[in-house]
Design a protein around this ligand. Structure first.
Ligand SMILES: Cc1ncc(COP(=O)(O)O)c(C=O)c1O
Length: 417
């Protein structure tokens, strides 16, 4: 990557137009991006960046992947939208495929999977939340540091005070327990609990991985009280961790899984999967959406899944993730690298993540300071060995440019999307 002398690359014109025309929910954008190819994007000044964030774990196939472009264009030419009075081959095929992938990750599964499609992660969680209400119970248990989205129901399940406080009162009774603490979970769940909701790895918190037996403990606590177990895999799902789902390796079968982000590879789509009886909780009239299950979005997701299968990307993600993590952890200013596959959290000894992200951007790399002491990487799954090696090579210089020392590590406090 070339060194970028001037930064940020938003011209005064773009910055002013953005501020004048868009609500100020995200703060000023760092760049105006004009095009992308593979794992690279270009800004309005023609500078190139290696995209190690992938639109926050979204661009699974990178930018402009021919399979995605072809699938979306063909479907749009054929049939772009139908109402939910009707269905399409793409919608049914994608629901069947998601069920088959879930089944393949859980050999011997004796229950079917049913899907409700949405346009985003937060909507997938709204669907799941309404599904849990159909148990007749209203209490939910979620975890500190979690992120489930910004709509009112998903926000009620999100622990971060700064996101919640301006919008209270939020719906529902939610108890938050420390993430990774099975005893706290056991103490919080009662016979009135509708569901436990967990990210198998907390993404927005900066890629926080729970202890090995945590998901299994959550399953047994849920079973003990007749509660549903709901895994939010919006960020971790669809190959990001080197498996179709981040919970796959645990062998734990949840009742509900929510997906979005990488599912459509950049085309907006989310999904709420109900496993076994949970798939029958929502009945006619209980929920709906105009765009969810749109054939173009479903065709995009089918193309993403097909490409991951054909190009053996799960294996690639696993191997490359290890290499990348080992390469980055070799610098003594890195405490360790957490995560799985290509969802990595670089834990620094000091709360320098924002300065590191700025230095990386100036050096031509897009990364994310998800927490003060944690840098998140969620690159396209098609990232090449050479591209990853290029970042590892540049990494010590980025830390130098950011003035990073080996001071005390900062605990993740959550943040991001
Ligand atoms: C685990 C998780 N759930 C839900 C969401 C919300 O998804 P969306 O931004 O598509 O609404 C996110 C977004 O970062 C997420 O990481």
């Amino acid at each position: 990557m070339t060194q970028h002398s001037e930064h940020p690359a938003t011209s005064p014109d773009h910055a002013g137009r953005y501020a004048g025309a868009l609500m100020n929910t995200f703060g000023p954008p760092k760049l105006v991006l004009t095009r992308g190819e593979g794992a690279r994007v270009w800004d309005a000044e023609g500078r190139v960046y290696l995209d190690l964030l992938g639109g926050i774990a979204v661009n699974a196939l990178g930018h402009g992947h021919p399979a995605l472009v072809e699938a979306v264009s063909t479907q749009l030419h054929t049939l772009g939208h139908v109402s939910n009075f009707f269905t399409t081959e793409a919608q049914i095929s994608l629901a069947e495929k998601l069920g088959a992938l879930f089944g393949a990750e859980h050999p011997g599964l004796d229950r079917g999977v049913k899907v409700f499609f949405t346009n985003s992660g937060t909507e997938a969680n709204e669907a799941a939340l309404k599904l849990t209400r159909r148990t007749g119970r209203t209490h939910l248990v979620a975890t500190e540091g979690c992120f489930h989205g910004r709509t009112m129901g998903a926000l009620a399940l999100t622990s971060k005070e700064a996101y919640r406080t301006p919008f209270e009162p939020l719906p529902g009774e939610v108890t938050f327990v420390p993430y990774g603490d099975a005893e706290a979970l056991a103490a919080a769940v009662t016979d009135q609990t509708a569901a436990i909701v967990l990210e198998p790895i907390q993404g927005e918190a900066g890629v926080v991985v729970p202890p090995a037996e945590y998901l299994a403990a959550a399953r047994s606590v849920a079973d003990e009280h007749g509660a549903l177990l709901w895994f939010d895999e919006v960020q971790t799902g669809m190959g990001r961790t080197g498996a179709w789902f981040a919970h796959s390796a645990s062998g734990v079968v949840p009742d509900v899984v929510t997906l979005a982000k990488g599912l459509g590879g950049g085309f907006p789509i989310g999904a709420c999967l109900g496993i076994g009886a949970a798939g029958d909780l929502l009945q006619p009239g209980n929920h709906g959406t105009t765009f969810g299950g749109n054939p173009v979005a479903c065709a995009a997701a089918l193309a993403v899944i097909r490409t991951i299968e054909q190009d053996d990307l799960l294996e690639h993600v696993t191997v490359l993730g290890h290499k990348l993590a080992d390469g980055l952890a070799a610098d003594p200013r890195v405490a360790r690298v957490d995560g799985e596959g290509l969802l990595l959290g670089i834990v620094l000894h000091s709360p320098a993540a924002p300065a590191v992200a700025d230095a990386a951007l100036a050096a031509g790399f897009i990364i994310n300071p998800a927490a003060p002491g944690r840098v998140r990487l969620a690159p396209p799954l098609i990232l090449t060995q050479e591209e990853a090696a290029g970042f590892v090579e540049a990494w010590p210089g980025i830390l130098d440019a950011a003035g990073v020392g080996t001071g005390p590590a900062d605990d993740p406090s959550g943040g991001g999307a």
